[in-house]
Design a protein. Structure first.
Length: 458
């Protein structure tokens, strides 16, 4: 039996196992789920061992959740070594966020599977696991040497990934690095990621009076910290949708007209998906760029959360003592997260009036952007594999999101390729997250073909 036949015959069980993994609430940011995250790590470790790979868990000194490392290195020196990366942790999910079915009770409906983590990124991790199983169980071996790392802290910012690479990076050396996360633009139209954005995050705290005060007694005589905070963040963009932080765009890589034309192939699909999913009244962003370019080749600054004062039921006429905001910048190639944080810090200090005090803290989740070499052997092999199983060529896409390990992996592998199999409209991080069921089958077939066709030299 061929690996592809094995995958087809065993697909019902592969789906059952995906549901099992999705039912484990491996939310890495919420301590009440620590045991669940560990359960997911143990579940994956057992699966890797069962299919004939060695498996271990590595917990960094400051880590909260272990990395799972699976290996099979018996393909010989002539065969390439492929490092596959995935993550098993998920974002938080509550019914109250608008779920129609319980987020950790995977539910099939209309050809989709609903559940937190289905799209981001358990379908991707399971795809690789099942491709490896199909090859090992039929051929008794893999065509390549495989190192498979599955991270448990990606959704909380991969804050221990650099320490992990410092300590264990030499064990990860490989010819190819496969970032198995993200997805394709449309269920029937695969896309291939040619870049991922980096990220830097900060928390801004604005202090005014030493305590909450009566807004009648003191209002109008004190600069309200919420107002001051809003004044500061309102100045972080100009009327052209550009970030005003001086130096922010200094090293940003410009894309040539030819490169932009190539990237524009995705626009009809991208804009359709944007219309269907975003539900916003109108487009907004940096003038002169398409929605795909605004989220892919341009850096951005976002306010992720804002808090202060009294906003619960009823009214409290209060002049609050503090206000907070969470700010993140998505970065593109050539921007250094450390420098961008420094520029942001300097500018926010300049914008702060002497009527309030501020504290800006950098969060421990910075990562550089990464541009993938689209002419590499790994990318060509991946595109061919998608085309074989989807029947149409994969079109290039710049991912707006970040997988913090990507740029940090560069020193350990010769080529990096991203192979995601979810679909963008599958509501990653949102309510009713879902995957298209028939794509799980095509994904496994594509992953098998990739491993069968990747060679040591292109
Ligand atoms: N799967 C996403 C990132 C992604 C999106 C990759 C689209 C490829 C295509 C990943 O799980 C994610 O959400 N990353 C976070 C990282 C952050 C917490 C540092 C993100 O981008 O917000
Ligand atoms: Mn995610």
């Amino acid at each position: 039996m061929s690996p592809h036949q094995y995958a087809q015959q065993n697909h019902p069980r592969f789906l059952t196992e995906l549901k099992e993994l999705v039912s484990i609430p491996s939310v890495s940011t919420q301590p009440q789920h620590n045991a669940d995250v560990q359960h997911a790590a143990d579940w994956l470790t057992a699966k890797l061992e069962k299919i004939g790979m060695s498996a271990e868990q590595i917990l960094m000194p400051k880590g909260r959740h272990p990395l799972v490392l699976g290996q099979w290195l018996e393909a010989g020196d002539e065969a390439p070594t492929v490092l596959i990366y995935g993550h098993y942790d998920v974002q938080p999910a509550e019914m109250a966020d608008g779920w129609l079915t319980p987020p950790f009770e995977p539910t099939e409906k209309d050809g989709k599977l609903f559940g937190r983590g289905a799209t981001d990124s358990k379908v991707n991790t399971m795809t690789q696991l099942k491709a490896l199983e199909s090859l090992l169980q039929t051929d008794g071996r893999l065509p390549v040497n495989v190192k498979f790392i599955i991270e448990g802290e990606e959704e909380s910012g991969s804050e221990n990934i650099n320490a992990f690479l410092d300590a264990h990076g030499d064990r990860l050396n490989a010819d190819y690095g496969v970032i198995c996360d993200g997805g394709i633009v449309e269920p029937d139209q695969p896309s291939i990621v040619c870049g991922l954005r980096g990220i830097v995050t900060a928390e801004l705290e604005v202090y005014g009076p030493s305590k909450d005060l009566h807004s009648g007694h003191y209002g109008g005589s004190i600069h309200n910290p919420i107002q001051a905070l809003c004044e500061i963040i309102a100045q972080l963009h100009d009327e052209n949708g550009r970030v005003t932080v001086p130096g922010f765009y200094d090293n940003v890589r410009d894309f040539s007209p030819l490169e932009r034309e190539d990237l524009a192939q995705i626009d009809p699909y991208f804009n359709q998906e944007w219309d269907n999913v975003a539900g916003a009244p109108a487009h907004w962003g940096e003038i002169g760029y398409s929605a795909h370019e605004r989220t892919g080749i341009r850096p951005t600054l976002e306010i992720n959360g804002i808090a202060g004062g009294y906003a619960a039921e009823g009214f409290k006429t209060v002049l609050p003592a503090t206000a907070h905001a969470k700010i993140s910048c998505r970065l593109v190639a050539n921007q250094d997260p450390v420098r961008i944080y420094q520029l942001l810090e300097k500018y926010i200090n300049e914008l702060t009036p002497d009527t309030v005090m501020i504290k800006l803290t950098e969060c421990d989740m910075g990562a550089s952007a990464y541009l993938i070499d689209m002419s590499s052997h790994a990318v060509k092999t991946a595109r061919q594999a998608y085309e074989t199983h989807w029947g149409v060529p994969a079109i290039p896409e710049m991912a707006g999101g970040s997988v913090p390990i990507t740029a940090a992996l560069d020193p350990f592998v010769s080529e990096i390729v991203a192979m995601g199999f979810a679909h963008k409209a599958g509501q990653p991080h949102g309510p009713n997250e879902n995957i298209i069921l028939r794509n799980y089958e095509r994904a496994i077939a594509t992953a098998i073909t990739f491993l069968q066709t990747i060679t040591k030299t292109g």
